[in-house]
Design a protein around this ligand. Structure first.
Ligand code: C5P
Length: 222
């Protein structure tokens, strides 16, 4: 049986994971968050006290770790050597480590087959940075989901303020521009729109409108 793969790529803070998760639930597809896998390796590196710039140190961790994925009530959980680390990876520190480890070719190679294999076992909607360009270049549906840096910063700022975190709009915008720069300019698997991807700019869209647009694109292509 041939399964459908939907690749959704785009920069940090564009709302990819929220939109992708909701669209997958409506379609009955499995949602695969590849950023969580990079975060899990970032966590392993951080726990060992290895600095994010230490490429050799990052490589040395790989033989000792296994990154697993399980689903509970439709929600993805990531496992580091069997331990569920799904909550622990959601911090700014681990986001920083994730972006550092993801620039190391051996780390990308390490996750490649796990990600490709997931697409062989069912209908999936996979989000990341290089899904349409590297991981699933033959996916029948590719979406590049983005929004202006300003509107991404505004959404992120609101989220953090609601959690009671003391941040300024300037610092949030600065972090977003910095992550974009790192993700787009790295030598390996840089963030870019695949030639055959549909561009979806959500700057002026609500969450509901973004989900509806993604579902429309998927239905048109499958
Ligand atoms: O999407 P999320 O913010 O969780 O991803 C964390 C980091 O992992 C990103 O900043 C990016 O550098 C990296 N990443 C990647 N390739 C992917 C998914 C995430 O390089 N497919």
């Amino acid at each position: 049986m041939k399964y459908v793969s939907v690749a959704i790529d785009g920069p940090s803070g564009a709302g990819k994971s929220t939109v992708a998760r909701a669209a997958a639930a409506q379609l009955g597809y499995v949602y695969v968050d590849t950023g969580a896998m990079y975060r899990t390796i970032g966590l392993a590196v951080c726990r060992r006290g290895i600095p994010g710039e230490d490429t050799e140190g990052i490589r040395s961790v790989l033989p000792d770790i296994r990154v697993g994925i399980t689903y509970e009530n439709g929600a993805q959980h990531v496992l580091l050597n069997g331990e569920d680390v799904s909550s622990e990876i959601r911090t700014p520190e681990i986001a920083y480590y994730a972006s550092r480890v993801s620039a190391v070719p051996e780390v990308r190679e390490f996750l490649l087959n796990t990600q490709r294999d997931m697409a062989k076992n069912g209908n999936i909607l996979m989000d990341g940075r290089d899904i349409g360009t590297v991981i699933l270049p033959d996916a029948p549906v590719k979406i590049f989901l983005t929004a202006s840096a300003e509107s991404r910063a505004e959404r992120r700022y609101k989220e953090l303020a609601e959690k009671g975190q003391q941040v300024t709009m300037e610092s949030v915008l600065h972090d977003i521009n910095e992550r974009d720069r790192q993700d787009m300019n790295r030598a390996i698997a840089p963030l870019r729109q695949a030639e055959d991807a549909v561009l979806l700019d959500t700057s002026a869209l609500t969450l509901e409108e973004s989900i509806a647009s993604v579902l429309r694109i998927i239905r048109e292509k499958t």
